[in-house]
Design a binder for this molecule. Structure first.
Ligand code: DOR
Ligand code: ZN
Length: 479
């Protein structure tokens, strides 16, 4: 019997991590069933003419804060995933600093249910790894955590940062599960001391935020996390790399064979300390936007593979929360999920890197490091039809008020960009078509934990974990 596709996209240019090529794509039941010459495509219920447009694997933003449940005035799962869809992002991973903190199977189960009802794009949910959740690691994995988030330093939500001893135990608990731990790698004890002294001395300007969190805060944290990962065999991912200095411990750990990956965000590549005067507290983010001298090394690290992933740390807050006079009371973070692709494509258009590089950082690598490849992150037969159909020539200006997040304030307002996602397809279904939200897509998004396939776990030094040592003592004591 003749196969009839649900959708065939003609005349577009398909982008992979290696090349770009003219091809048609046929989709059935949410999956790509053919890529090739238009003449070889099956007949279809619907066709799209993508003449002049590029077909990219939808971006996987593995670092967003959609604030649900807990802070609906900042964002919720519907507005956040809507913003994602308008930005060509087809999968997001949401962080656990919502209310209540995602630290038990019960809280995670409720959040999974809520997200499934509201999501316009696919998603994964993080669980927190802290002193109180170490014992619940197996339960959190069973319920469906995509991975773990560990806060080495305090940030929004003030989730207590574990001591090094607690971190080691947490890594020991996660290593045998094979899941990856994403780290907010800023050492709390350094920055709390600094901030305390700066505050006591009366400093409260935007740039004082940077003074409280110098590069060494992050460098020391990355190095320490890498040592604990190397010892336990836990897989780790360094979030929001902001400085050149973090690259050395990251490179060295990779060279030693540690399963460590790295992420940076557009604001560390494109904004600098020179933007604080213009943006004031709006630019406050943890880790801070740093001196311009860090930008070139971060780009070079992306290009040589030291940094694997571009994500956004999308962290919306309200206008009032972002514009307080005293920098220490301004909520840290700003939106990003909807504009990552245009911001990055603008740099690609300027010749910073190739569009294939971009697809590697935004889709292929995140899919690989989270065990979703090749189901996600690539346009090939058998993959989910998650596609950002992009006009690379479109020049436009970012206006915060026109973005789809609930929060409408960012340091990007007024920035000229080149490149705009015109259509976004999630598992074969248009969520955005011709820049218009399609009806009935709320609740279309699914948790990707059930298709996650991490490589076999490789826990190390298992005879020396806290659990093993306790066991040994028990045997000796009772012998
Ligand atoms: O600036 C930040 N804001 N950094 C983080 O790590 C958390 C985030 C938030 O949730 O607001
Ligand atoms: Zn974050």
């Amino acid at each position: 019997m003749e196969t009839i596709a649900d959708l065939v996209i003609h005349n577009g240019t398909v982008v992979s991590a290696d090349t770009t090529y003219a091809a048609s794509i046929a989709i059935k039941d949410g999956v790509i069933i053919a890529i090739g010459n238009a003449k070889t495509m099956p007949s279809a219920k619907e066709t799209l003419d993508a003449n002049g447009l590029h077909l990219l694997p939808g971006a996987i933003d593995d670092h967003v804060h959609f604030r649900d449940p807990g802070y609906p005035h900042k964002e919720d799962f519907a507005s956040g995933t809507l913003a994602a869809a308008f930005g060509g992002v087809t999968t997001i991973f949401d962080m656990p600093n919502t209310l209540p903190t995602v630290d038990s199977g019960e809280v995670l189960a409720a959040k999974l249910e809520m997200a499934a009802q509201k999501a316009h794009v696919d998603f994964g949910l993080y669980a927190v790894l802290g002193a109180t959740s170490i014992e619940r690691v197996p339960e959190l994995v069973d319920v469906g955590a995509i991975g773990f988030k560990l806060y080495m330093g305090n940030t929004f939500g003030r989730i207590p940062s574990p001591s090094t001893g607690e971190m080691l135990e947490g890594f020991e608990a996660v290593a045998p599960t094979g899941k990856r731990i994403s780290l907010h790698a800023e050492t709390n004890s350094i920055m709390e001391r600094r901030e305390g002294k700066l505050r006591a001395a009366g400093y409260s300007a935007a740039l004082d935020h940077l003074a409280a969190r110098p590069e060494v805060v992050a460098i020391e944290a990355v190095a320490r996390a890498a040592i604990l990962a190397e010892w336990t065999g836990a897989r780790i991912n360094i979030l929001h790399i902001s400085s050149a200095g973090e690259l050395r411990p990251l490179r060295e750990a990779k060279a030693r064979g540690v399963d460590i990956t790295g992420e940076t965000c557009p604001h560390y590549l494109m904004l600098s300390s020179e933007d604080y005067a213009r943006c004031s507290g709006v630019i406050r983010v943890n880790p801070p936007v740093r001196e311009a001298r860090n930008q070139e090394p971060l780009w070079a690290a992306l290009l040589d593979g030291t940094i694997d992933v571009i994500a956004t740390d999308h962290a919306p807050h309200s206008q009032e929360e972002k514009t307080r006079n005293d920098i220490w009371t301004v909520d840290a973070g700003f939106l990003g999920v909807e504009i990552q692709m245009p911001l990055m494509l603008t740099e690609i258009a300027r010749g910073r890197a190739s569009i294939c590089d971009y697809v590697r950082w935004s889709a292929v690598n995140p899919a690989k490091i989270w065990g979703l490849y090749p189901r996600k992150g690539v346009l090939q037969v058998g993959a989910d039809a998650d596609i950002a159909i992009v006009d690379l020539k479109r020049n436009w200006t970012i206006k915060d008020t026109e973005l789809h997040s609930t929060s409408k304030i960012s340091p990007w307002d007024g920035r000229k960009v080149q490149g705009l996602p015109i259509h976004t397809i999630v598992r074969g279904r248009f969520v955005v078509k011709d820049r218009t939200l399609q009806a009935g897509t709320r609740g279309w998004g699914r948790s990707v934990h059930s298709i996650q396939n991490m490589p076999k776990p490789v826990p190390l030094n298992v005879d020396q974990t806290t659990a093993a040592v306790l066991q040994k003592t028990f045997h000796q004591a009772s012998a």
